[in-house]
Structures are given as structure tokens and as C-alpha cells.
Write a protein that binds this ligand. Structure first.
Ligand code: ZN
Ligand code: ZN
Length: 278
């Protein structure tokens, strides 16, 4: 029996990843992954192509998504795993999120124009291509046109909170995100729990709400987590009786620290989230 190697968190160029779904699947194959979830931000657009490539490569594709949402005015990412990508409620939700993103991007471009920096809208649309427009696209535009000295400088001078081109965004609520995932028959999983920098008591309040709304899993193993972080997430998973997931959050081959399938094993005392997939 071949060993099953999971990677349940990855991105293609349909969101902010660099590779096409086909290239992503081929790379997963090269790295020995045989169960891969494509989890683009707020879109299912890459799943059909990923499925074709996965069938060809004999990889088990888990249909996924990573939804942006808020709880107590704090931003969170919730993975939906094993979703039906054609579910009407989920699709309506992703459309809402895409409208929010587009409106935000237009407002950022308008604010830059007021600050005598024209042309941002056309430039970021072109550079985003098939993917979504994100703030790093604006940062790149500012850098390439010599308005700033670095990407960080773009955020410090224009794009960051309180700066001239900052636009505060109202995402959707945690409850809605979980609801859409469940409507599509999927499992809701907290992505990269340690990246939110919550205190333990905030994390417990968040996980209590997550669980109450129907959330079932938490990412225990990520590409960047250290043993101490894994230990803390295991404790949260046990306390809230959550299933454990593992995923690299792969975006680009250029990041040498993150590779498809390069993950520690899921600890044995944690119930794997794939027990919930049928
Ligand atoms: Zn994320
Ligand atoms: Zn991600």
C-alpha cells in the first residue's frame, strides 16, 4: 500500500498563487502528494481545471476554498474542504466577496489618483490577470513606477492602515462563511490559527464561536509552524473537539520555505479531518 501524503491548503493563479491549477497538480505529484486540496481565496474558478489534471495524474483532488471573513472585527481565513463547487449558496457568497474585493480595489485606485498617482487601476487589472486584485498588486505598481522605494515602503506611505490610499473593508461574518461551506456539503476548517496573533483567551472565544456556528476543523500542521505552535494548536483542537488538518498554503515556487507536501505528520492524538470526507 502506498503511503497517503496530504496537502490540504494550496493556491493557484485564480487567486494570488503563481501556478495554474494544472502546474500546481503536476508539482504536487513531483513532491509525492497524492491527496491535494486547491483552496483559492474566495473563488472556486480553478477547481474544474485542477480536477482534470488530478484525474490524469492519479491524484485525489479535494475541492476547496479559503474564505475571508470577520469575527469581532478581526480578520480570519476559513477553509472549506470537500465542497460542492456548484452549490448555489456558496457561489452567491463568493460573488459577494468578489464584489467587495473589486470595490475595495477601485477605491484604492481612486485614492491614489487623488494623490496624483494615476493609472493604478489599469495596471493592477493587467497584472492580476486571471487572479484577484490584492494590495500587493498596488504595492508592485507603486514600486515599478518609482513612487516608493520598496514594497514595505508602499504600505508605509500609501496602502497601510491610516495612510492616504487605505480603504477599510467590511468582509463577511464568520457565521456566513461557515454557513456557505456547510451548504456546499464541506467541512469548515480554521486556516493557520497562529497567524492571527490572538491571545489564548481570544483564541478560545473565537474557537467557541467557530464551533457554535458549525466549524469542525483546525489546521494543526502548516509549513511554517514550529513545534511549540503545533503543541498549542493541539491543545485547542482537543479542548474544542476539532478535527486536525494539514496544509502548506503553497503560493509560489519562489518561496523556498514552503513546498507542496513538505509537512510534519499529523500528530497521532488528533483525529484527521479527512475522516469527515466521503
Ligand atoms: Zn490564509
Ligand atoms: Zn491560503
Amino acid at each position: 500500500m502506498t503511503e497517503i501524503k496530504y496537502d490540504l491548503h494550496s493556491h493557484s493563479h485564480y487567486s494570488d498563487g503563481e501556478l495554474s491549477p494544472t502546474q500546481l497538480v503536476l508539482r504536487a505529484k513531483e513532491h509525492g502528494v497524492n491527496t491535494l486540496a486547491l483552496t483559492d481565496h474566495d473563488t472556486v474558478a480553478g477547481l474544474a481545471e485542477a480536477q482534470l489534471a488530478a484525474t490524469e495524474q492519479d491524484i485525489n483532488l479535494i475541492t476547496g476554498i479559503e474564505l475571508s471573513c470577520e469575527w469581532s472585527k478581526k480578520p480570519f481565513h476559513i477553509l472549506g474542504l470537500n465542497i460542492d463547487p456548484n452549490n448555489a449558496e456558496l457561489l452567491a457568497g463568493t460573488q459577494r466577496l468578489q464584489v467587495i474585493r473589486l470595490e475595495r480595489a477601485k477605491k484604492i485606485a481612486a485614492k491614489l489618483e487623488k494623490n496624483k498617482i494615476p493609472g493604478a487601476w489599469e495596471a493592477v487589472q493587467a497584472s492580476a490577470g486571471t487572479g484577484m486584485i490584492t494590495r500587493p498588486h498596488f504595492a508592485n505598481f507603486l514600486l515599478e513606477n518609482n513612487h516608493v522605494s520598496s514594497i514595505q515602503n508602499a504600505f508605509d506611505r500609501y496602502l497601510g492602515q491610516g495612510k492616504p490610499a487605505f480603504v477599510s473593508t467590511q468582509w463577511v461574518e464568520l457565521e456566513n462563511a461557515i454557513q456557505w461551506i456547510q451548504a456546499a456539503g464541506g467541512v469548515a476548517v480554521v486556516a493557520h490559527p497562529m497567524r492571527y496573533r490572538l491571545t489564548a483567551s481570544w483564541m478560545r472565544r473565537f474557537l467557541a464561536a467557530f464551533k457554535e456556528y458549525g466549524g469542525e476543523g483546525i489546521e494543526v500542521i502548516t509549513a511554517r509552524s514550529n513545534p511549540d505552535e503545533v503543541r498549542r494548536v493541539i491543545q485547542f483542537a482537543k479542548q474544542f473537539e476539532l478535527y486536525g488538518s494539514m496544509g502548506s498554503d503553497f503560493h509560489t515556487p519562489k518561496n523556498q520555505w514552503v513546498e507542496l507536501g513538505r509537512l510534519a505528520p499529523l500528530p497521532e492524538n488528533i483525529r484527521p479531518v479527512w475522516e469527515l470526507f466521503d
